[in-house]
Design a protein around this ligand. Structure first.
Ligand code: SAM
Ligand code: MD0
Ligand code: SF4
Length: 356
């Protein structure tokens, strides 16, 4: 199959068959460069040289779940922390002041924060909204349907809940004891409440290339404004500790395919898989924002790389902006990011109206 022919038609907005997507996801050598260059071109056409920056705050690492891939799974005997509401709000202020465009409030499914219908999370969002317009992402795990309007009313803009895979058998093996449809519906319920949604896939958790195609198609079919891929990083003390993973180039190919399939979707370049060393390759594969920027010395963890590059400041915003500018790109401004979120939320509303 001619890779350039496939990328050219996708760059024009035409669709590709499953076989063609598989050819992209398994491309080698020069073909890979063709794919990444096409994804970058499409990204630049939509976003110019702007790159959005997302600050990551994993504010509670307590979790009732036992995902087989996750360091923070309930059965793992590790040190955990839970920031107080005031600490979270102060850190959010610091993140906003540092020129970061988005704040991602992430937690394990912490029994304490789940109480009273996630009131602790609602309080945090409300308090941040008192002093800042910064787009707020919440990543609370899977929550009841009636909680979404509460997040929306408090001022959250986007909800992140990653399915990891749309292969139900594999989901059951990885997200042990969790309901596939309930997790899938999180994205639908977020959008029904007027917020944006982020879906995500893990790469290297035992999926086939067919599964990758199917997962990418499902994530985009839901209408999510943000989609991601993350390479599985084996974690000490988990059932998958000794498992092999795959080269991150597979993640890059998934990102590039998502970009070619849906030109204006937001795709993160996460610093949580290969640290800052992996930032450029992800931007070169068509990413439009950088996630998992973490302020140093605040005792905050990453997820897949719980400490890599954090306390030496490499995952700090100053360092990230410098690297971005070295690539000829620039951070988005606060106003640009707010406008983008508002425009996407308006589009979501009009989409909903046109269905009724
Ligand atoms: N607890 C919430 C949840 O599961 O939805 C939010 C945070 S969770 C830790 C965020 C995501 O990190 C997971 O959905 C998964 O995609 C990713 N992740 C977790 N462990 C990982 C690992 N070992 N390697 C790569 N990605 C991982
Ligand atoms: C990241 N460590 O962006 C974060 C996390 C949760 N919304 C995101 C996985 O890579
Ligand atoms: Fe808990 Fe999220 Fe980790 Fe699963 S991925 S164990 S829900 S923190």
């Amino acid at each position: 199959m001619d890779i350039a022919e496939i990328t050219e038609k996708m760059s024009r907005g035409e669709s590709a068959s499953d076989e063609e997507l598989k050819a992209l996801l398994t491309a080698e050598g020069e073909d890979r460069e063709t794919i990444f260059a096409a994804a970058r071109d499409v990204r630049d056409r939509v976003f110019g040289n702007k790159t959005y920056l997302s600050g990551f705050m994993y504010f509670s690492t307590y979790c009732r779940n036992n995902c087989s891939f996750c360091y923070f799974r309930n059965s793992n005997s590790i040190d955990r922390y839970r920031k107080t509401t005031d600490e979270v709000v102060d850190l959010a202020a610091m993140i906003a002041d540092a020129g970061i465009n988005i704040v991602d409030l992430t937690m394990g499914e912490d029994p304490q924060l789940i109480q009273n219908d996630y009131q602790g999370v609602v309080d945090i969002v409300n308090k941040i909204r008192e002093f800042s317009d910064i787009p707020i992402m919440v990543s609370p795990g899977a929550v009841p349907q009636n909680t979404f309007p509460r997040f929306a009313e408090a001022g959250a803009d986007i909800v992140a809940v990653y399915q990891e895979t749309y292969n139900r058998r594999l989901f059951a093996e990885r997200r042990l004891g969790q309901d596939f449809d309930f997790r899938r519906n999180q994205k639908v319920w977020a959008m029904d409440s007027g917020m944006l949604a982020e879906d995500g896939m893990m790469v290297g958790i035992g999926e086939t290339v067919d599964d990758r195609v199917d997962t990418i198609r499902n994530m985009l079919a839901l209408g999510c404004d943000q989609v991601r891929a993350m390479t599985f990083v084996p974690q000490a003390g988990t059932p998958m500790e000794g498992d092999s993973t795959v080269s991150p180039v597979n993640e890059l190919l998934c990102m590039a395919v998502m970009r070619l399939m849906c030109h204006d979707v937001m795709i993160p370049a996460t610093l949580d898989v290969e640290g800052v060393a992996g930032m450029k390759s992800r931007l070169d594969a068509g990413a439009s924002l950088i996630t998992s920027i973490i302020p140093p010395h605040e005792e905050l963890a990453g997820v897949a790389q719980s400490c890599m590059d954090i306390d030496d400041g490499s995952r700090s915003v100053t360092h990230v902006i410098q690297m971005l500018e070295d690539m000829g790109r620039r951070p988005a401004t606060e106003a640009e990011c707010r406008r983008m979120f508002d425009a996407r939320r308006d589009r979501l509303k009009s989409r909903a109206l046109s269905y009724t």
